[in-house]
Ligand binder design. Structure first.
Ligand code: SF4
Ligand code: MG
Length: 335
C-alpha cells in the first residue's frame, strides 16, 4: 500500500555568503494512513523546516532544492499549482502551530476563524457553517462552545486557544495533521490534556499525525514510529518500542538519558554536552562527533550512512559496522 506521505531526499537550502547552507539535507521518511509518526530532535535540527516544507511554507530566502520529492496522497506537492496547493492546505493536510496566540487572528472571534476554513473549502450555508464550527469546538473539549465561539483569542486561556487551533486544523477532516510542538507553551497538566485530545481525535477520525517534538516523554505516549533528526539529517528511525529499548544512535541515547525519571533528582539528569552545530559550521565526517562519547578516528573523516539495524530500524552511525567501539566511552569536553 502506498504511504499517505512520502518524503524523499528533501533538501532545504539558505543562501550563506557566496554559497548555500543546507538546513535540511537528504531527509526521507513516510507516514502511512492513520499512523502517528514523531519527528524528534533538539531545536535547530531542522524539524520545523521539514514540517513547513510539507505545506510549501518554507520561509524565504530558504528554498526546497531540486531533487527533493514530497508525495502526498498520490500527488507531488512540489509541482502543484497555487490553486491545487490552496485546496490541499487546510483541507487534506493541516498544521497546528506551537504558539496559538501568534497563529490566531486577534481581531476575529475564534468561531469566525474556524468558519473561515469552511468558507474557503465548502459551499455550506451560513447556518450550517456556524453549527459545524460550534460542533467542532465541542469536539475538542471546549465547554459552552456556542458562547466560546463568539469570543476573541485573548479571552481564552492558553490551553483553550490550543484547542481552537486543533479545531481549526481538524474542521475539514484532513488526512494528515502536522503538529509542531503543540504543547510546548503549555503547563504540564494542560499538555497532558492536549496530547490526550490529539490521541483521541486520531483514533476517532483515522487521520495520520506527524508530531514534532523535542520531548521523548511525548514520543513515548503518542508515537508508533519515531524519526530522530540531528543537524538537518535523519540519524535514526525505529518503532517506538525499539527506539526506547535499543537506541542505536548515540544522539538518541543522549536524548533518552535526558528524560526525567520518577524519583530522579533534577540535577542528576544527564543532558547532552554542547549544542547543535548550525548548517554553516558542520563538522567534517559525522555531524554529531563533537558531542559524541564514542567518537573515534573514522568519525572525523567519513560521514556515516543510514544503515539498517533491524527490519524497521535504521541509524546513521559507524558503530553499527564497528560495534566493539561501543565499549570505549569517553567524556565529552564542553567547549
Ligand atoms: Fe558518534 Fe561516530 Fe557514531 Fe557519529 S559516527 S554518532 S561520532 S560513533
Ligand atoms: Mg521548531
Amino acid at each position: 500500500d502506498r504511504p499517505l506521505l512520502d518524503v524523499h531526499a528533501l533538501q532545504i537550502a539558505f543562501p550563506a555568503g557566496n554559497s548555500v547552507a543546507r538546513a535540511v539535507d537528504g531527509v526521507s521518511f513516510t507516514v502511512a494512513r492513520g499512523e502517528t509518526v514523531c519527528l524528534v530532535g533538539e531545536s535547530g535540527c531542522g524539524k520545523s523546516l521539514t514540517a513547513l516544507s510539507l505545506l510549501r511554507l518554507v520561509p524565504p530566502p530558504g528554498r526546497i532544492e531540486s531533487g527533493s520529492r514530497i508525495m502526498f496522497d498520490g500527488g507531488d506537492m512540489l509541482t502543484l499549482d497555487d490553486e491545487r496547493l490552496r485546496a490541499i492546505r487546510g483541507q487534506h493536510m493541516a498544521m497546528i502551530f506551537q504558539e496559538p496566540m501568534t497563529a490566531l487572528n486577534p481581531v476575529l472571534t475564534v468561531g469566525d476563524q474556524i468558519a473561515e476554513v469552511l468558507r474557503v473549502h465548502t459551499r455550506l450555508s451560513r447556518q450550517e457553517t456556524w453549527s459545524r464550527t460550534v460542533d467542532m469546538l465541542a469536539q475538542v473539549g471546549i465547554a459552552d462552545a456556542a458562547a466560546r465561539a463568539k469570543q476573541y483569542p485573548h479571552e481564552l486561556s492558553g490551553g483553550m486557544r490550543q484547542r481552537v487551533m486543533i479545531a481549526m486544523a481538524l474542521i475539514m477532516s484532513p488526512k494528515l495533521v502536522i503538529a509542531d510542538e503543540p504543547t510546548t507553551a503549555l503547563d504540564v497538566t494542560i499538555q497532558a490534556q492536549i496530547l490526550e485530545l490529539l490521541r483521541d481525535l486520531r483514533a476517532r477520525t483515522g487521520m495520520a499525525l506527524l508530531l514534532i517534538t523535542h520531548d521523548l516523554g511525548v514520543v513515548a505516549e503518542m508515537a508508533s514510529r519515531v524519526i530522530v533528526m540531528y543537524a538537518g539529517r535523519v540519524v535514526e528511525e525505529a518503532n517506538v518500542e525499539d527506539l526506547f529499548s535499543a537506541p542505536s544512535h548515540p544522539y538518541t541515547e543522549g536524548l533518552l538519558a535526558a528524560i526525567p525519571k520518577l524519583g530522579q533528582e533534577e540535577e542528576r539528569l544527564q543532558t547532552i554536552a554542547g549544542s547543535v552545530p548550525p548548517p554553516t559550521a558542520l563538522p567534517s565526517g559525522c555531524t554529531f562527533r563533537d558531542r559524541c562519547p564514542y567518537a573515534f578516528e573514522r568519525c572525523a573523516t567519513e560521514e556515516p550512512a543510514l544503515l539498517q539495524v533491524g527490519s524497521a530500524h535504521r541509524a546513521r552511525c559507524h558503530l553499527i559496522e564497528e560495534p566493539a567501539r561501543r565499549a570505549t566511552r569517553h567524556e565529552v569536553v564542553r567547549t
